[in-house]
Design a binder for this molecule. Sequence first.
Ligand SMILES: O=C(O)CCC(=O)C(=O)O
Length: 283
Amino acid sequence: MPEALGSKILAEFQRSKQLGTPLVMRQFAKDWPANHWTWNDLCRAVGSRTTGIRGNAFAHGQSTTFFPKPIAQKSIAEYFRQLERNETSDERLFAFNLRANAPGLNHSNTKRFHTLGIRVANVPAYFFGAPGSDTRIHYDFDWIDLLLSHFKGQKRVWLFDQCQNDRLYQIPGTVHSAVDFSRLEELREEFPKVEQLEGYEVVLEPGDTLYIPKGYWHHITYVTGSFSITYRIWPQNLREWLKTSYSWLVGGTDIVLNKIPGTSAWQAQRRAKAFEAKYRRPL
Ligand SMILES: O=C(O)CCC(=O)C(=O)O
């Protein structure tokens, strides 16, 4: 995995952006407020608020929708304490709006992005997870460049480009793979093409920022209780804007369709049929 540190970051970032390859910018976010929040700060800031916790349906492929339903309503502070204690669990806060739930924290976490010559949408998505949890392999439906900055512990990321779609057994019409990467060792015989996968692996440490180019598949394993913040880089030309707008339309329609009773089962059936025709095996 290409890496950059200190004064090399700008040149390496511009190169990666041009080539559409991932890059780890070590310690890029080390001075951000988020890197200095303690679990106590986080717990105090969320107070007695509760939220819908997501479980392993998202990670392990039972759902082909973008955002499956939460499994339970839970105290956010209690969940943070679980992460602090490094308790193994499947529970996740996925694309969580921490800004709205912890307004007392200093959220000025976009420092240094201007040094990369880019503009990011100031809509941070927060991802929290415990050891034992993972983010199912996917690529982001809005076809946009991502900057994922990591804090508190370690997470391992696998990345694959769009040439790997078949080897990943992409489910037609979705941004998901049929392979549950958390059980990869057991599944190698069932999904033999994964043996030919070519990609990158990286372990992120607190303060690191990972550039994930548009369309790049990512699978994330939480090594310890930790969290990340993802920012999206604004499209830089008309072609990129058109592609992103179209992707929002398709993704948004999918989310709405899946809320209509009966439609989600019909969608799943349609996709299973297309998968079977493509890979000559059941989904
Ligand atoms: O860090 C995570 O758990 C997920 C991040 C992700 O999927 C994203 O930023 O698109």
